[in-house]
Design a protein around this ligand. Structure first.
Ligand code: HEM
Ligand SMILES: Nc1nc2c(c(=O)[nH]1)N[C@H]1C(S)=C(S)[C@@H](COP(=O)(O)O)O[C@H]1N2
Ligand SMILES: [Mo]
Length: 333
């Protein structure tokens, strides 16, 4: 019994961890499905708490070494759970971090703790763990978890809490069509650079050629799009952007592969050439020149993709003969 409760906890934790990142990777349908599974596995951990507390009580009496680390693990799991729930409910929150930052930060801190815990307290699954009578139990725990999630969503709606209005990615709307209210944010460590457009050039390169564009030349384009920026930090905002479709900066006939977009700060993303007609290199937000914190002189607008694809302060755009998946799934700066 206790062994299977431990295995269940580990499975729920692993599923929650993976689906959290899937939700971060997508701004479209997969994010919705991932977050439903994510929430159910989060509630699954809570469902198993009564069994786990029996295990914990018994184990504490034995005074085994490493108890302290196990308790830290429990506290960090609970911190992540509580922060995730507070974000989803939308209750006010104070402190140096947002609920979502604390949620993900705690989840990342869990990785070494969980690895240590599993190595220090190994649980070997046995074939009988998958016997039919146990499968019913697992099904029961899953059903309870699903029901708890459904009940919490219903409560958020009935209670008229802010969480009722969040997007399927879990993000809250901020300042749509009011450029001044669009939050300025970075993925991790980038800070706003100072760029002098009289010397700045956008480098556009492809196999066999390249061209440098001045700010004035780019400013002359007026391709427009209304798009939602959905930051994994937990906000979204719809704005009108203007600039130039990326495919217009390249020669008509070009090979496949991907486009490597590099920021003045070194931050970079790689996009599939198939999408270039829908990706805007924006010079304007709401009809005005970009402000430095929103990417002046030029930044990407990638509709349907999470904010971290919207590279700011773009310095060069290079067509290369490598596939778009040839990059880390998330930036590291
Ligand atoms: C293994 C540790 C984790 C656990 C136990 C966990 C659990 C939870 C729970 C219980 C919620 C509230 C669900 C709801 O009521 O809607 C939540 C929300 C959320 N989590 Fe996690 N999570 C974990 C890791 C992560 C990671 C690593 C990420 C992202 C990289 C992430 C992203 C999110 C997001 C975006 C939401 C908001 C969903 C919404 O508002 O609908 N989580 N998480
Ligand atoms: N060069 C660079 N571009 C970047 C980032 C960054 O850290 N560096 N952060 C990205 C993230 S995570 C988001 S959500 C958006 C935020 O755009 P905004 O500050 O205009 O709202 O910019 C993206 N572009
Ligand atoms: Mo973001």
């Amino acid at each position: 019994m206790t062994r299977r409760a431990n295995l269940g906890l580990l499975a729920f934790l692993a599923v929650a961890f993976v689906t959290g990142w899937v939700a971060f990777a997508y701004g479209t349908a997969p994010s919705r499905w991932a977050l439903i599974v994510h929430a159910v596995s989060g509630f699954g951990l809570l469902v198993l708490v009564p069994w786990k507390s029996l295990i914990v009580r018994r184990s504490l009496r034995r005074r085994r070494p490493g108890r302290f680390a196990s308790l830290v693990l429990a506290v960090v799991v609970l911190a992540s759970l509580v922060a995730g729930l507070l974000h989803s409910i939308g209750l006010p929150w104070w402190g140096p971090f947002t609920a979502m930052e604390l949620h993900v930060g705690a989840a990342i801190a869990l990785v070494p703790l969980v690895i240590w815990h599993v190595l220090a307290r190994p649980v070997r699954p046995r074939p009988t763990d998958f016997a039919r009578r146990h499968l019913l139990r697992y099904g029961g725990a899953l059903t309870l978890a699903g029901a708890a999630y459904a009940a919490s969503e219903a409560a958020v709606r009935l209670g008229g809490l802010p969480g009722a209005h969040r997007r399927f990615t879990g993000s809250y709307e901020v300042g749509s069509f009011q450029p001044d209210l669009l939050p300025a944010t970075s993925w991790l460590f980038d800070s706003v650079p100072t760029i002098d457009v009289s010397v700045w050039r956008l480098r556009v390169a492809w196999p066999g050629g390249e061209r440098a564009w001045t700010y004035e030349e780019l400013w002359a384009f007026d391709d427009q799009i209304q798009a939602i920026l959905d930051c994994t930090g937990g906000f979204w905002s719809e704005q009108v952007w203007a600039g130039v479709w990326l495919n217009r900066l390249f020669p008509e006939r070009r090979p496949g592969g991907s486009v490597h977009v590099i920021s003045h700060t070194g931050y970079d993303r790689r996009l599939s050439v198939a999408t270039l007609g829908q990706v805007l290199l924006a010079t304007r937000l709401g009809g005005e020149a970009l402000s430095p914190d929103h990417g002046y002189p030029a930044r990407l607008v990638v509709p349907g993709s999470r904010g971290f694809w919207w590279v700011k302060w773009v310095r060069s755009v290079e067509l290369e003969d490598v596939p778009a998946w040839w990059q880390l799934p998330f930036p590291v700066q």
